[in-house]
Write a protein of this length. Structure first.
Length: 278
């Protein structure tokens, strides 16, 4: 590890907490970073809400081709994930700023962000496949949506309470040790590797929450906002681990209710008959 990189993560003055157990940045740098996060996240939310208003909530991929879906997916992830991963991103970008300048600095920042979004794009491929399969099942067997929704909530609840979720969440809640480890990554493409590595932990932390977009609707703005809030609190709130368990139990309850409550399944209804018509 280069000494200069290790010192890039040591606060110079007035440290402010950026995650559970971590005091990574001076208050001034942290404030500037959060302003930048807002400037990126707000347009991403505006684009997502505008597109969702035009498309509505329907089963499956809603007729979207894969490239368009991935474009919307990455925009959604930028809106939902950026506030919760801001402490790590701001700290790493600050380290880049101490080591590089000019176009080299820009290129390294692009590498880092690109690596992070690359992981979420790969996850988007899986999401597209899952939505295509569930959408086809609902089209062929309308009543299947109830059981698909129940299974989705069940899987999400079990994941929330499982060990992989907690391993990834611990990484996201206390990233200082990992940032120092990242400083030891060798070139080439060190910043790309950092983005991919942290993105993989972020996907592992949020995968279960993303599963509930199948029954709730992938373009359901209210569901996206609620999940974004849960993700933010899980990573940055002092009681985030407790919230993870509460959300997991809530999903298990919804898994039991889903076959009998159509309002829980806006993303799977389509032409599904009401319970009274069965």
């Amino acid at each position: 590890m280069h000494r200069s990189w290790a010192t890039a993560f040591v606060p110079s003055r007035s440290p402010a907490p950026t995650g559970a157990g971590g005091k990574l940045l001076p208050t001034r740098d942290l404030a500037a970073g959060w302003i930048l996060v807002v400037l990126i996240a707000v347009p991403a939310w505006a684009l997502t809400i505008g597109q969702a208003r035009d498309m509505g909530v329907e089963p499956g991929t809603m007729g979207m081709a894969l490239p368009l879906f991935l474009l919307l997916w990455v925009t959604m992830m930028a809106a939902m994930m950026l506030p919760s991963m801001a402490p790590v991103a701001i700290t790493w970008v600050r380290g880049i700023g101490r080591q590089s300048s000019g176009w080299a600095r820009v290129a390294r920042n692009v590498e880092f962000v690109g690596g992070y979004l690359l992981v979420w794009t790969a996850f988007g491929l899986l999401a597209y496949g899952a939505l295509a399969v569930t959408g086809g099942l609902v089209d062929d067997h309308p009543t299947a949506g109830r059981w698909i929704g129940s299974i989705a909530f069940l899987l999400a609840g079990l994941y929330q309470l499982g060990p992989l979720k907690h391993v990834c969440l611990r990484h996201c809640r206390d990233p200082l040790g990992h940032l120092v480890r990242y400083a030891g990554f060798r070139r080439p493409a060190r910043d790309l590797r950092v983005g991919v590595h942290h993105g993989a932990y972020c996907v592992g932390c949020c995968a279960g929450l993303m599963v509930v977009l199948v029954p709730l609707g992938v373009m359901n703005v209210a569901a996206m906002a609620a999940l974004a809030l849960v993700i933010f609190l899980e990573k940055l709130w002092s009681r985030g681990l407790l919230l993870t368990g509460v959300v997991g139990v809530a999903f298990l309850v919804l898994a039991v209710l889903a076959p009998f409550q159509d309002w829980l399944l806006p993303g799977l209804q389509g032409s599904m008959p009401s319970m009274g018509g069965m």
